[in-house]
Design a protein around this ligand. Structure first.
Ligand code: NAD
Length: 441
């Protein structure tokens, strides 16, 4: 079957030419864990990239060639900044010079678990002030289906510009997995869906200059829903395996051994692992964007609510495990010294957003425990307005109980088992060790 033909308006022909020649001026709005790696990929592909961020500290650091994102070494940013391929600013008036703009601003939840659209709205308001014909805009912030058409499109077309003819608008979900050495921005397939077929084609053409594989879909809503399906799939499967862990604990069965054995099935099973609770900017948050939206359509997202409840119970379960382990050792949790190994939300990264370690520490403190922690990626922790400094790993020897929350690969687990009185392991980091002082999740 032949490819569908897309009619290209004159303004599109001009933009297409610039994209193919890599003379298009690229803008990335929001230079965080998503925006900075993307800016680097387009700069490496030969484009002139301008990052726009409200944080003057971040823009200064980029212009100095100083990275603040773990997966991007300063040695990568430095030459790009020196050559002028990558620069950063807080001034949105540069939009006047740009041909393409990718928006990667935060999309958190409000306390009520409603989407917080304020970052998307404020960045689009600033873009709209300097917007001009011949621009491709792509929203990458994770959001509910309908955002691109219902929120972004009206702001960009307010001055009479026609989408698909005068400018092009797409949604493309970001799938970056910080700390993953195998899959990074350049080799993760990129889904893109436009408001019109011409928008999708422009988005596809643009990404294919810098990324290895692009997957066009028929609309912005499909592209928005792809991301929510991916993250809801993970959240619900983690909820299921956490519930299995609770059951196994009650029945005295080693859940880790169960999962490893089940994973030998060569079809129809995919292993997920239990843990101290969900963390990060995506899995605990994104599914609630979907449930918020579907509520408006009269559908209750019951799987999401249930998995959210079970995952939310995990820090309490861990704290009960610690208390029971101490009691079995003849000690009360009140007044005991507890050393937490790892506080980032996942292995080998420095991101603390939504980390379950925060809940576990606060719950233990509420029960009267004295807390210290080690984390090579998080030297300082701020919790409930108080500042804590990381201790060296040897501090575990002084504790009545150690609890492994994040299984960083830099930890010396052999020494930990040898020097600790009691260890509660929520990640199966001590799989290879068999010692009476280990209590597994
Ligand atoms: N971090 C991840 O692993 C990941 C993965 C997939 C998707 N996402 C999604 O990508 C989006 C960005 O996430 P992130 O992790 O990069 O966030 P981040 O907090 O690391 O970065 C966002 C950046 O946007 C800047 N910013 C905030 N408001 C702005 C504005 N009005 N104008 C310009 N800049 C502004 C902030 O200063 C910050 O530098 C979110 O929607 C997130 O859900 C993140």
């Amino acid at each position: 079957m032949s490819e569908p033909q897309v009619v290209i308006a004159p303004v599109a022909q001009m933009l297409e030419k610039k994209i193919r020649a890599r003379t298009a001026r690229v803008g990335i709005v929001g230079l965080g864990y998503v925006g900075l790696p993307l800016a680097v990929e387009f700069a490496k592909a030969g484009f002139h990239v301008t990052g726009i961020d409200v944080s003057a500290d971040k823009t200064r650091r980029i212009n100095r060639g100083d990275s603040y994102v773990g997966d991007i070494p300063s040695a990568t940013i430095g030459p790009l900044a020196d050559s002028g391929k990558l620069r950063a600013t807080t001034d949105f008036s540069v939009v006047e010079e740009l041909d393409t703009i990718i928006i990667c601003v935060p999309t958190p939840l409000r306390k009520t678990k409603d989407p917080d659209m304020s970052f998307i709205v404020s960045s689009c308001q600033e873009i709209a002030k300097h917007f001009h014909p011949g621009t491709l805009v792509i929203l990458e912030s994770t959001t509910y289906p309908g955002t691109t058409d219902e929120v972004v499109l009206p702001m960009l077309s307010s001055n009479g510009l026609k989408v698909g003819e005068d400018f092009f608008l797409c949604f493309s979900p970001e799938r970056v997995d910080p700390g993953n050495p195998k899959y990074q921005t350049s080799n993760i397939p990129k889904v893109v869906g436009g408001v019109t077929a011409a928008c999708t084609e422009m988005g596809r053409l643009f990404y294919s200059q810098a990324l290895q594989s692009v997957v066009p879909v028929s609309s912005t809503q499909v592209a928005e829903m792809v991301k929510l399906l991916e993250n809801t799939f993970r959240m619900i499967n983690i909820g299921l395996v956490n519930e299995i862990a609770l059951m196994c604990s009650r029945m005295g069965i080693n859940v880790w051994e169960v999962i490893d054995a089940a994973a030998t099935k060569p079809f129809g099973f995919m292993p997920f692992y239990p843990g101290p609770g969900l963390g990060g900017h995506c899995i605990p948050i994104d599914p609630f964007y979907l449930s918020w939206k579907t509520k408006q359509a009269g559908i209750e997202a019951r799987f999401i609510e249930l998995a959210g409840y079970i995952n939310g119970q995990m820090p309490h379960f861990v704290v009960d495990k610690v208390q029971n382990a101490l009691n079995d050792d003849g000690k009360p949790v009140k007044g005991s010294r507890i050393h937490v190994m790892g506080v980032a939300y996942k292995r080998d990264i420095d991101d603390m957003r939504e980390s379950p370690a925060l809940d576990v520490i606060l719950l233990l403190q509420k029960r009267g425990a004295r807390i210290s922690y080690s984390d090579p990626h998080v030297p300082v922790l701020r919790l409930d307005g108080k500042r804590m400094e990381a201790s060296p790993e040897v501090a575990a020897a002084e504790a009545d109980c150690v609890v492994i929350i994040t299984d960083h690969s830099a930890f010396d687990y052999k020494a930990l088992v040898e020097r600790s009185a009691l260890i509660v392991d929520t990640r199966n980091a001590l799989k290879k060790f068999n010692s009476p002082n280990i209590v597994r999740l």
